[in-house]
Design a protein around this ligand. Structure first.
Ligand code: MG
Length: 400
């Protein structure tokens, strides 16, 4: 048994190097959006949010570094991704080698396509790995089990009690699993489909802990559809927030609206880049969260926001939705002013907002209106923007 848990260092390796096509999608399944958040981002968060896990390393396909950066937000525990190999086994070995000199005592090895792993299961795997040195979650099956021959004919009935469906995360003493992987590779074996099999091949005794029926591996299009339906059903707290902002014109040669630089014969005056559209959107999201406003999160008195790209503000509001386990269902923006004309820039603005927020462009509306030459916008003294944001959060009886 290893030392007290406070003294041991625990890392997680998430294997995301596959390019599997059984989901029927053009992109690797771990980068697909699942109810407003990429699968891999959900899987990574399960480990970065776990208090006992100190380091998280994702092993990616060498061609997927851009996809990884786009899908997974940075975190203090998250290491730069390692490049995977030709097989799952080779990818895990690459991850282990990347951690070889980092003083890790225990390692959890997990599939990227299992985003629903619970904190309780991670606890159980850590605890059992501390005791046994090697552990895998195994789920007892409820169906009757039988062998099938190559013609698809039913053969012998199997004893249900002697069979487990093997899941991840699998937990190991770091030094022993690294050694087991090195030995398997040295023997030319690259065909093990999980790390417990590598460990068993090296002569290690691997214990079972209880798996979870919710810890499914997303493989087929049907798996995705079912998981998305479950997630959306759980995001039952549907909220709409509104935002409003005004900035005055000053001498200049462009304005920044919705993150897009638009040439104009005036500029907008403000502490940041004065992007009235992104400010209204940001406040709409803070409104839906009931979490202050742009001024309380980014005080104009703070010199660090001088001239800031307002994308930072919007990205922070979105991060707060995701931190609550929620998603943005819809963003709707109206820009009020006589000039510049917004129509020619509408799709560029929608694309930029999609890029900043990760919200699909089909859920982002950008509209514009004049105010019939009435009021401050009609006199071209400044621009105003209105926004609404619809978000979905996990239902919480306390309303928090
Ligand atoms: Mg403003």
């Amino acid at each position: 048994m290893l030392a007290h848990q406070d003294d041991i260092r625990i890392a997680a390796i998430i294997v995301a190097g596959g390019r599997g096509s059984r989901s029927g999608a053009a992109r690797p399944k771990q980068y697909l959006d699942l109810a407003g958040m990429p699968v891999l981002a959900r899987t990574v968060a399960a480990f970065t949010e776990h208090p006992q896990v100190g380091r998280v390393l994702v092993v990616v396909h060498p061609d997927d570094h851009d996809a990884f950066r786009a899908a997974v937000p940075g975190h203090a525990k998250l290491l730069p991704p390692a490049n995977g190999g030709a097989t799952r086994q080779a990818s895990v070995r690459a991850g282990l080698e990347a951690l070889a000199d980092s003083g890790v005592d225990l390692v959890l090895i997990h599939d990227a396509a299992r985003p629903f792993v619970s904190a309780a299961l991670i606890d159980d795997v850590i605890q059992a790995a501390r005791i046994h040195g090697a552990v895998v979650p195994g789920r007892v099956l409820t169906e009757s089990l039988a062998l099938a021959d190559t013609e698809g004919t039913r053969g012998q009935t199997l004893d249900r009690d002697s069979v487990r469906a093997v899941q991840t995360p699998q937990g190991f003493r770091f030094a022993t699993i690294l050694d087991a992987h090195r030995r398997a590779a040295a023997e030319g074996r690259e065909d093990f489909t999980d790390d417990a099999a590598v460990a068993a091949h090296a002569g290690l005794r691997v214990a079972f802990c209880a798996g979870e029926s919710t810890n499914v591996k997303l493989t087929t299009a049907d798996d995705f559809a079912q998981a998305e339906a479950r997630l959306l059903a759980s995001l039952a707290d549907i909220r709409t927030g509104q935002g409003f902002d005004v900035h005055a014109f000053e001498p200049g040669d462009h304005v920044v609206l919705g993150g897009v630089r638009i040439p104009h014969d005036k500029g907008l005056k403000g502490h940041s880049d004065a992007d009235v559209a992104l400010h209204a959107l940001t406040d709409a999201i803070f409104g839906a969260l009931a979490d202050g406003d742009i001024g309380s999160h980014f005080p104009p008195s703070d010199p660090s926001w001088k001239g800031a790209d307002s994308a930072i503000f919007l990205a922070e509001a979105i991060a707060r939705v995701r931190a609550r386990g929620g998603m943005v269902a819809h963003l709707d923006l109206t820009i009020l002013g006589e000039r510049p004309k917004i129509g020619p820039h509408r799709d560029a603005i929608r694309a930029r907002i999609a890029e900043i927020t990760g919200v699909p462009i089909g859920r982002i509306a950008v509209k514009a209106t004049t105010t019939e030459r009435l009021g401050f916008t009609g006199r071209e003294e400044g621009l105003a923007a209105l926004a609404s944001a619809t978000i979905r959060l996990p239902f919480d009886m306390r309303g928090n």
